[in-house]
Design a protein around this ligand. Structure first.
Ligand code: AKB
Length: 320
């Protein structure tokens, strides 16, 4: 089948890498990048681009009418830290944007929709270690409960309208091609940039804050594998847990020191992101992903750190 794929939110941390990988798989012209802002990013400009605000329903409708996509990836969102500064905007963008896409996907018979959820759907009463797919979920960040509500909408559209929506609860993502935009896990990317630039970094999370993280290469592979999996194998239509690598800032710093022996880490106090991190799981059980679509992670802390440093060194990277 000839695919026409739209990636909404293409200029962000996941979007940049996803567009690159989807274009390698399907061809540049088959993958339409789209974002609320234009960009001069070479990856995004290698193929078609549409200026799209997911909250602008009329324009979004025109884009669906023009391209009649077979697959849509909706990545436009406000993340956890920025969400606490702009709670109403985060709710509106994360919810209304999703419902627009789900409605147009039904109207235009889009074959598959991907929407990212997050470990932020868990809360203080969820089990902290090996957090299972199904458990108490009481997220207390706007981002977290917008993602939990979004998961319910995805499952609802699947059950009620037969829309083939697929989703992953991403851990914190770490990549070198693009920077994160306003999350609680951003320290794990910033640390690499500062380690190479200055040899030191002040972490906004405490030394022993363990969080699930994942190297971008694994995250993109997981996303595309889930989208390629036969529909009948998928037993989760809310969002799949994905485990990743669990580590603390102190453990990441120790790993970086193996490559940059003089690297120094310090820790700031009273950062509001600490409370968000404290409400999230330390590690995740992803048995459903392993069983349903054969998920296997490739990178661990040591191989991820080595690959990040190797690629960041000398690369011209862009802040988004
Ligand atoms: C964030 O920190 O907000 C995101 C996430 C874990 O969803 N990276």
């Amino acid at each position: 089948m000839n695919e026409t794929i739209i990636v909404i939110g293409s200029n962000g941390q996941i979007g940049t890498e996803l567009v690159m990988n989807l274009r390698a798989k399907y061809g540049n012209d088959q993958v339409i990048a789209s974002d609320i802002r234009n960009t001069d990013h070479p990856i995004i400009n290698e193929g078609p681009f549409e200026l799209v605000n997911v909250l602008d329903k009329d324009n979004l409708h025109k884009v669906f009418e023009k391209h009649r996509p077979t697959q849509v990836y909706l990545l436009a969102a406000i993340l956890s830290a920025v969400g606490e500064q702009k709670p109403k905007l985060a709710w509106d963008l994360n919810m209304t944007g999703l419902i627009h896409i789900l409605d147009f996907a039904v109207e235009f018979k889009t074959a598959k929709v991907f929407w990212p959820s997050s470990i932020a759907v868990f809360g203080p009463h969820s089990p902290k270690e090996n957090t299972p797919q199904f458990c108490i979920m009481d997220p207390n960040s706007v981002y977290g409960f917008s993602k939990l509500a979004g998961e319910r909408w995805c499952e609802y559209y699947f059950t009620k309208y037969g829309l083939d929506v697929r989703s992953i609860r991403y851990p914190g993502l770490i990549g070198w091609r693009s920077e994160p935009g306003g999350g609680t896990t951003d320290y794990a990317v910033n640390i690499f940039h500062k380690a190479l630039a200055n040899g030191k970094y002040e972490s906004f999370l405490s030394a022993d804050t363990a969080l699930p993280m994942m190297y971008m290469e694994d995250a993109i592979r997981a996303t595309i594998s889930l989208m390629d999996a036969p529909a009948e194998n998928l037993t989760i239509r809310s969002s799949y847990n994905l485990g990743g690598i669990s580590f603390t800032p102190a453990q990441l710093s120790a790993e970086i020191k193996k490559h940059i022996p003089n690297f120094e880490i310090s820790y700031s106090e009273h950062d509001p992101r600490q409370a968000i991190a404290d409400s999230w799981p330390k590690s995740i059980d992803d048995t459903y992903a392993q069983n349903d679509w054969d998920w296997k992670q490739k990178f661990d802390l040591s191989s991820m750190t080595a690959d990040m440093l190797k690629n960041l060194k000398g690369s011209i990277h862009k802040t988004i």
